[in-house]
Design a protein around this ligand. Structure first.
Ligand SMILES: [Zn+2]
Length: 71
């Protein structure tokens, strides 16, 4: 889970020590000026990504169609 999060978000740190995070799937800024890494991970975990949901839907559809072709 933590590995997946690391891949999915681009985290940057501000001069005052707070963090920003941006989703690499939909390029939405998920949070800005978050004070701790713990809060950052919590916010990332709650991001419902429209792009990721779409890609998972397409992957599931492709898998279903591939299965249908085999039968
Ligand atoms: Zn996203």
């Amino acid at each position: 889970m933590s590995r997946w999060t690391a891949v999915m978000y681009s985290e940057t740190q501000n001069e005052n020590g707070t963090y920003n995070t941006r989703c690499l799937y939909c390029f939405m800024t998920v949070a800005t000026a978050v004070e701790t890494k713990e809060d950052l991970e919590l916010i990332e975990a709650h991001h419902v990504c429209p792009e990721r949901a779409l890609s998972e839907l397409l992957a599931a559809k492709a898998a279903t169609e591939a299965h249908a072709h085999r039968n």
